[in-house]
Design a protein around this ligand. Structure first.
Ligand code: ATP
Length: 324
């Protein structure tokens, strides 16, 4: 047996240009995704996210550089090795990709059917998975009889039925309303920790990164622009693209003369925090709780200065002024 590599994914100077294109979809991408992490890959449209997913899932191969998946150079795998690798990579898609003419059970058993597993075994395994995603009673329904969130739960059960060590969720919540998205992200997070999976979440939405990841990499125009622990990156974004992604949910507020809108990460909305804001004359206009704290928008006086400097001495939190 080969020793376990600490990395689930290792991109080493990976380049990819599609045939007929002059601009690379990915350029010199070097990125390590730690085994057992929940890693977000975020970027605007055209950043190269789908290309990265296609490389990991074996649908495309790099033109240059190397990609190691669980320590194996995917470009050097023979066909059997590729099939094995694909069975150990679960994929969850934005539009669920369920087969309409098959029942829920039939959709979940499909990967095992293709692998030649006997009916009784595969149905038993699929029912266990459906139970884990909260759809035990839906096995005989058809996709058209399910809500979007339920369809995605079926997609997750199908992705896990072959027992993968890597789960790749590609814009898995982009087609869902915020509440349903939150439920799906909770489910992915729970399954990741219960099954000791490496979870890679590809998204263009910072709130998805915030809600479900421990690490994040930001791509732009095929290049990695920054990466790090989610908390640090949200608190101290270094790149304009990251700031723009963070600002995507900027609330529309009327600002008075001399007022500005600030985006900060607060630890909570407890009384000491609110009191500190009141002392600064800051008005809370939008707040959303997430595992990293509270994502908050404040209206403050233009001359309030750097909130992080002002708030740090209070000892209440390590405030992080995301952007002005
Ligand atoms: N099959 C293809 N043939 C030619 N060019 C492609 C192909 N797929 C993607 N591209 C190009 O590669 C670049 C990266 O695209 P990719 O789909 O990986 O980005 P993305 O971040 O997933 O974008 P989106 O969020 O819009 O899906 C883009 O310039 C795109 O036009």
């Amino acid at each position: 047996m080969t020793p376990l590599s600490p990395a689930a994914l290792q991109f080493e100077s990976v380049g990819k240009t599609y045939p007929g294109q002059s601009v690379p979809a990915l350029s010199d991408l070097t990125l390590t995704v730690a085994r057992g992490s929940r890693t977000g890959i975020i970027g605007r449209s055209g950043a190269g996210k789908s290309t990265l997913v296609r490389l990991i899932s074996g649908l495309e191969t790099p033109d240059s550089g190397r990609l190691l998946v669980q320590g194996q150079d995917v470009t050097r795998l023979d066909r059997a090795g590729q099939r094995q690798r694909q069975a150990r990579t679960g994929l969850v898609f934005q539009h669920f990709n369920l087969l309409a003419q098959r029942t829920v059970l039939g959709n979940v058993t499909l990967p095992l059917e293709l692998a030649g597993q006997p009916r009784q075994q595969r149905e038993q395994r699929a029912l266990e998975l459906l139970e884990q995603v909260g759809l035990a009673d839906f096995a005989r329904r058809y996709p058209a009889q399910l809500s979007g969130g339920q369809k995605q739960r079926v997609g997750i059960a199908r992705a896990l039925v072959t027992g993968p060590d890597l789960l790749l969720a590609d814009e898995a919540t982009s087609a869902l309303d915020p509440e349903t998205s939150a439920g799906i992200l909770d489910l992915l997070t729970r399954l990741q920790s219960e099954r000791d999976l490496t979870l890679v979440i590809v998204t263009h939405q910072m709130e998805v990164v915030r809600a479900a990841t421990t690490h994040v990499a930001v791509l732009d125009r095929g290049r990695l622009v920054e990466e790090g622990p989610t908390r640090t990156l949200l608190a101290q974004p270094q790149h304009d693209v990251t700031r723009a992604l963070l600002d995507a949910h900027r609330p529309q507020v009327q600002l008075g003369a001399g007022e500005v809108l600030r985006h900060v990460n607060l630890p909570d909305l407890g009384a000491p925090t609110l009191a500190a804001l009141a002392r600064l004359g800051a008005r809370l206009v939008q707040a959303e709780a997430h595992p990293q704290g509270v994502d908050a928008w404040l209206v403050v006086r233009e001359d309030a200065g750097d909130l992080s400097t002002l708030l740090r001495p209070s000892g209440i939190w390590t405030p992080t002024q995301v952007s002005a």
